[in-house]
Design a protein. Structure first.
Lengths: 117, 113
């Protein structure tokens, strides 16, 4: 099966600029996640969608970050305005609610590496 | 909130030596997952443990879930250069359906040929 698609792979912006990331999850995966991974740390959940509804956005800095998942398929994550500390890899992941192989793990995309200068 | 810690932070081994990383949670977990992230890559799911005291093996990798469901370990026998990467555990709190997995900071493994 096709994996989780993300674009762009890399982005360099100046602080206070805006940026958007795109994610297309595995077909049929109802649950979609955006994670932020700062260099040397584990992934940190930003937001979780189930279909097109937000399940958990408790760790999303809502003053500058926004995300949407229209039609319950692909999703975009936006940062406006960006700060230096937003430099990180932004990972999208999807997960099946029930899997015949009992594999309940997240499938991550390749991520977008954001550098804010 | 729930915290997941891992030790060691870094481990350098000679090829052929064994390696173990430990994961500890501040709260009882419903289940725990392990991921591997190669340098420059993204996390890849390895396994999920659910039962207290559960032990699962994947070739040279052995995963264990503690009896109290607050800790876990990953042991690699006879490391190879292909084992290089960062190993993350991710734990889910006792409310199995209401909580997301929290990732630990990872253990970075380097294998010297």
């Amino acid at each position: 099966e096709a994996g989780v698609a993300q674009s762009p792979r890399y982005k360099i912006i100046e602080k206070r600029q805006s940026v958007a990331f795109w994610c297309n999850p595995i077909s049929g995966h109802a649950t979609l996640y955006w994670y932020q991974q700062i260099l040397g740390q584990g992934p940190k959940l930003l937001i979780q969608f189930q279909n097109n509804g937000v399940v958990d956005d408790s760790q999303l800095p809502k003053d500058r970050f926004s995300a949407e998942r229209l039609k319950g398929v692909d999703s975009t994550l936006k940062i406006q305005p960006a700060k230096l500390e937003d430099s990180a890899v932004y990972l999208c992941a999807s997960r099946a609610l029930r899997d015949a192989s009992a594999n309940y793990g997240y499938t991550f995309g390749s991520g977008t590496r954001l550098t804010v200068v | 909130g729930q915290q997941v810690m891992q030790i060691p932070q870094y481990q350098h081994v000679q090829e052929g030596e064994d390696f173990t990383t430990y994961c500890n949670s501040s709260t009882t977990l419903s289940n725990i997952q392990w991921y591997k992230q190669r340098p420059g890559g993204h996390p890849v799911f390895l396994i999920q443990l659910v039962k207290s005291g559960e032990v699962k093996k994947q070739k040279r990798l052995t995963f264990q879930f503690g009896e109290a469901k607050k800790n876990s370990s990953l042991h690699i026998t006879a490391t190879q250069t292909t084992d290089v990467g960062t190993y993350f555990c991710a734990g889910r709190g006792p409310d199995n359906y209401g909580q997301n997995f929290v990732f630990g900071p990872g253990t970075r493994l380097s294998v010297l040929p």
